[in-house]
Ligand binder design. Structure first.
Ligand code: ADP
Ligand code: MG
Length: 239
């Protein structure tokens, strides 16, 4: 049974826009090839995808850009995180051959960045390694972990820019970039840092944005950095 509180559309529709992939109603529909992920979801005791997940997963697994607009507590973290793991899996080489981080998740605050990091670390998936970079954290330790090799970077924009400028983090290998709570990041004045970072990432990347609201500034960011994104609104907080 589909949740009819989801609305999906193309933000900047063109003649070339493809149809939007259909929402999935069961975890198995999205992750049938990924038993480790299904096991972890079962462990968590979840019954079915939340509305945002049901639409986000098919879109993201087909490699498209996505804007997810939904209130806090609607399951946005796993909406972008599980496809990120699968995205990395497709490119995963033995650790000694890995050529740098593939996934970047930017979040407005250290608390949010740490929450995302905690969620990633529940999915001990094929040796995928994550680091969390935030102001006030031990900079030397963060640099050490990055230097040893990571697949996912979760970061606040200020600390990330600082480490990029100092030459400790290289963004060239990234192919999947998430701006989590984009509206809050703009409210906090992170637009220059976000623009610097996004400008440095290969434009053929997959780009994801989440936001609770859809103000002009967020639309501008989407226009600058996304490729025919699918926009998903969730009208209710029901999981
Ligand atoms: P958001 O980022 O939208 O604020 P979160 O991703 O932090 O929301 O998720 C909120 C809570 O819902 C978390 O505790 C998470 O574990 C839980 N959750 C995520 N997906 C599901 C699901 N499909 N069913 C039930 N609970 C879920
Ligand atoms: Mg969130």
């Amino acid at each position: 049974e589909l949740n009819n509180n989801i609305v999906a559309d193309r933000t900047f529709k063109t003649e070339q826009s493809k149809p939007i992939p259909k929402p999935c109603v069961k975890f198995e529909h999205a992750f049938h090839n990924f038993p480790e992920i299904l096991d972890e979801i079962k462990q968590a005791g979840f019954e079915k995808p939340s509305p945002i997940q049901s639409q986000a997963w098919p879109v993201l697994l087909s490699g498209e850009d996505l804007i997810g607009i939904a209130q806090t507590g609607t399951g946005k973290t796993l909406a972008f995180l599980l496809p990120a793991l699968i995205h990395i899996d497709g490119q995963l080489k033995p650790r000694e051959e890995r050529d740098g981080p593939k996934v970047l998740v930017m979040a407005p605050t250290r608390e949010l960045a740490l929450q995302i990091d905690k969620e990633v670390k529940k999915y001990h998936y094929k040796g995928i390694k994550a680091v969390c970079l935030y102001g006030g954290g031990n900079r030397r330790e963060q640099v050490k972990v990055v230097t040893e090799g990571v697949d996912i970077i979760i970061a606040t924009p200020g600390r990330l820019n600082d480490l990029v400028a100092a030459g400790h983090v290289n963004l060239e290998s990234l192919t999947y970039a998430v701006l989590d709570e984009a509206d809050r990041m703009l409210d906090m004045g992170f637009e220059p840092q976000i623009r610097k970072i996004m400008y440095s990432i290969n434009p053929s990347r997959q780009t994801i944005m989440t936001s609770a609201t859809w103000p002009h500034g967020v639309r501008k960011l989407a226009e600058s950095y996304m490729e025919d994104p699918v926009q998903v609104y969730v009208g209710s907080l029901d999981l």
